[in-house]
Design a protein. Structure first.
Length: 441
């Protein structure tokens, strides 16, 4: 749950201007309990099961083309499985009356209308509302800011994914997404490491150089802060100029939530989870709805690269680009580029990377998890991986047989197979101990 509700100023200010421009204002039954209320313009915050909305109380009503009353929806995250939203609850309906030009606790300070107009002039793009009206006494109920807080759920499990959206012309980027959550826009919540932000900036710069100004946003950033700009064409002497659309601070793990609650990030050709369902339709932190969570964050709150890599490996197993039962990093890298993946998820600047000692420890941790009891495995009669052969034409005494039989290790008797990519024999169960004949590097 967040402390504030957050709306875009560009959505809220038109509602405020409508309310102050109309001569009459709608009254509500709840207003009878507000002793200072008169016939005055206001925004009305309504909390409904489908979200938190702001309306103008001006008469005549403002209708959209589809016949619905025009409103602004608070931007937050939604838990896909339960439908729970991040917005704080409205304790009483009277807390939803937001007077624009008057109020009990103003005492000479800016009115809400003044604040919203100031925000628009100075490109403060977010309007935050404290649900507790008592916060007006300390002038903290209303907040306008270049960047919003409460961008992502604090308890989310982050998994690697490739995402895209129209704002970047369909280009794809490696990111971490909040497992089991999406935004009010229906978009995944994505965080990007600095190298991907640099690549995004270069792509958007090329798009703006070759297309009509304003069709695509532009990015500027330092190692700690990122700004999103739009171009606006002025037919007068000023030509094109930029206005700030959003500002994002680098989070504690070193990632940027570019376009969060503005752009519709979607998965690029999402891989299925281990049970065949698309990612995001299972409980957060569970690969297949089972009892074993994959936790990509350590107890200290820092990113756990080994945990992320395990989720990435399981996605490859589900997509049949890695075989089930793979039991060591040395075997994994014969199929997929694990080193490049670990580099892509490392929050870093140009001068700060995973050191060799850290990489070695991460790989040892991955191998340990790959060999944990209960990991996916394949064996004779169930394996469909093209590179595996679970049969043999020789008997235990070494003599040729009339037909193939299930393969077993000649030393320990465990079920085994031949892996053509590795060009060696492996036990079917990754938790099986190495023996004299079959051992992993």
């Amino acid at each position: 749950m967040t402390r504030r509700l957050w709306w875009r100023v560009t959505d809220v200010l038109p509602l405020a201007e409508h309310a102050v421009a109309t001569r009459r204002h709608r009254t509500y039954d709840l207003q009878r309990n507000v002793d200072w209320w008169g016939d005055a313009p206001a925004l009305i915050w309504v909390s409904r099961p489908d979200g938190d909305l702001l309306f103008s109380n001006g008469i005549p009503d403002w209708y959209d083309r589809d016949g619905t009353v025009h409103h602004a929806r608070a931007e937050t995250w939604i838990h896909i499985r339960t439908g729970a939203r991040g917005n704080p609850a409205q304790v009483a309906e009277t807390h939803g009356i937001l007077p624009l030009k008057t109020g009990r606790y103003l005492k000479g300070r800016r009115t809400l209308l003044d604040l919203l107009r100031y925000a628009a002039r100075h490109e403060l793009n977010w309007f935050g509302l404290d649900p507790d009206p008592a916060s007006e006494e300390t002038s903290s109920r209303y907040l306008v800011s270049r960047s919003r807080a409460d961008v992502v759920p604090p308890d989310a499990i982050w998994i690697p994914a490739t995402v895209t959206c129209e704002a970047v012309d369909g280009a794809s980027f490696e990111a971490l997404i909040a497992d089991g959550y999406h935004s009010t826009l229906g978009a995944v919540l994505a965080r990007f490491p600095l190298p991907q932000v640099r690549r995004m900036r270069a792509i958007l710069t090329d798009l703006n150089d070759s297309d009509t100004p304003g069709d695509y946003p532009t990015l500027t950033h330092t190692d700690q802060e990122l700004c999103v700009y739009r171009q606006r064409y002025d037919p007068g002497e000023f030509g094109c100029h930029h206005f700030e659309e959003d500002r994002v601070d680098r989070d504690a793990d070193g990632y940027f939530t570019v376009g969060a609650h503005w752009w519709r990030w979607t998965l690029q050709e999402p891989l299925p989870s281990a049970n065949g369902r698309p990612e995001g339709t299972v409980p957060p932190g569970h690969l297949d709805g089972g009892a074993q969570p994959v936790a990509p964050a350590s107890d200290s709150g820092q990113v756990d690269p080994a945990g992320l890599a395990m989720r990435w490996i399981d996605r490859h197993i589900a997509a049949h680009t890695l075989p089930p039962g793979i039991g060591s990093v040395c075997d994994v890298v014969r199929y997929v580029d694990l080193d490049a993946y670990l580099e892509s998820i490392a929050p870093r600047t140009d001068d700060v990377r995973f050191g060799e000692d850290a990489i070695g420890q991460i790989k040892r941790d991955i191998t340990r998890r790959l060999q944990a009891p209960g990991r996916p495995m394949c064996t004779y009669g169930t394996c469909t991986f093209a590179g595996h052969d679970h049969t043999t034409g020789q008997g235990p005494d070494g003599r040729e047989l009339d037909g193939p039989i299930p393969m077993r290790c000649g030393h320990c008797g465990q079920p085994a197979h031949y892996d053509s990519r590795i060009a060696d024999y492996r036990h079917d169960d990754p938790a099986a101990a190495d023996c004299f004949l079959i051992h992993r590097p």
